[in-house]
Design a binder for this molecule. Structure first.
Ligand SMILES: [Zn+2]
Length: 310
């Protein structure tokens, strides 16, 4: 059984402008490193399909899905970029990128549930974990992981799934969508205070939020994960695990001030895999979120994939 790797050239055609850290080169850096390191040959590489509107509607309000689609279609037609918030800009390529990013997460979910692959990584952009039920923000348009988790529950009939988010920023959008949904247990760790400045007070009993101060390094973060996440994840017995895999808590990443290194991403992925192996038949779907230092991003994705592929 292999690890699927979902991506699509359309995900590089979403362009928020010169100098924006959430740039097409991120996916190129990952691809280049996977080829150079020889890892790519061991992956089941698949094209990300377009997501179904019904799947978007399981995580987002129908009004938001229609409104965003309308805006992105207009931008695609007239080519005039449009800012949805100060950090989040739609370009002519954004419509297809957001539909492929969410589509990758859903297709990966189906492939893993159907037993075609052991687990999957979605190397997609834009990221999703800041997108709330009804709002684009923080580089995010649709919440890829929440859409996939709801697909597993609402369409594929699973009863319990976990979402793990180790991006340096709090996954406020995923929390907004999933808080109070007792079929989901979300465990996250993030720098606080930092954009979007939420998460210190969880919005539901199914949220394990671990805010950490700037300059926290790997050993302390590992201890916090061990102490706060593992027992509850084990007791929850998730049937599948979704990962918001942001690599901007890396010490070389300028968007946050945490101090993780590649070995920490290996360790976190091993922890996730152990829970998945124990309760979920190994089922993991991991989706790229942040990670803006191109070298650190590519090496960290490789560390994450090596564990998924093992
Ligand atoms: Zn982030």
């Amino acid at each position: 059984m292999t690890t699927a790797f979902y991506t699509h050239p359309d995900c590089r055609r979403h362009d928020m402008g010169r100098g924006h850290p959430e740039c097409p080169a991120r996916l190129e850096a990952i691809d280049d490193h996977l080829i150079a390191s020889g890892l790519q040959g061991g992956l089941d590489c698949r094209d990300a399909p377009i997501v179904a509107s019904s799947d978007l509607g399981n995580a987002h309000s129908s009004g938001y899905v229609a409104e965003l689609r309308d805006v992105l279609e207009r931008v695609a037609a007239d080519g005039q970029p449009r800012a949805l918030d100060p950090d989040t800009v739609a370009s002519s390529g954004t419509l297809n990128a957001v539909l492929r990013a969410a589509g990758a997460a859903v297709a990966a979910t189906d492939a893993v549930i159907d037993g075609e692959v052991a687990n999957a990584f979605c190397s997609v952009r834009p990221p999703g974990h800041h997108a709330t039920r009804g709002q684009a923000m923080g580089f995010c348009f649709f919440n890829n992981v929440a859409v996939a988790a709801r697909h597993a529950l609402d369409v594929r009939g699973l009863e319990r799934v976990a979402i793990i988010d180790f991006d340096v920023h709090h996954g406020n959008g995923t929390e907004d969508i999933c808080a109070g949904d007792e079929r989901i247990l979300m465990a996250s760790i993030f720098q606080h205070p930092l954009y979007p400045y939420s998460g210190a007070v969880p919005l539901g009993d199914n949220m394990i939020n671990v805010p950490v101060p700037p300059y926290t390094r790997g050993p302390a973060i590992r201890a916090l994960i061990e102490a706060n996440w593992m027992e509850r994840l084990d007791a929850f017995r998730p049937q599948m695990i979704f990962v918001s895999a942001g690599f901007d808590a890396h010490r070389d990443d300028d968007l946050g001030q945490l101090g993780l290194v590649e070995a920490d991403y290996t360790w976190i992925t091993e922890k996730i895999k152990a829970i998945a192996d124990k309760h979920a038949g190994g089922r993991i779907v991991s989706c790229l979120e942040g990670g803006y230092n191109l070298g650190a991003l590519a090496r960290s994705v490789a560390a994450h994939l090596r564990v998924l592929m093992a």
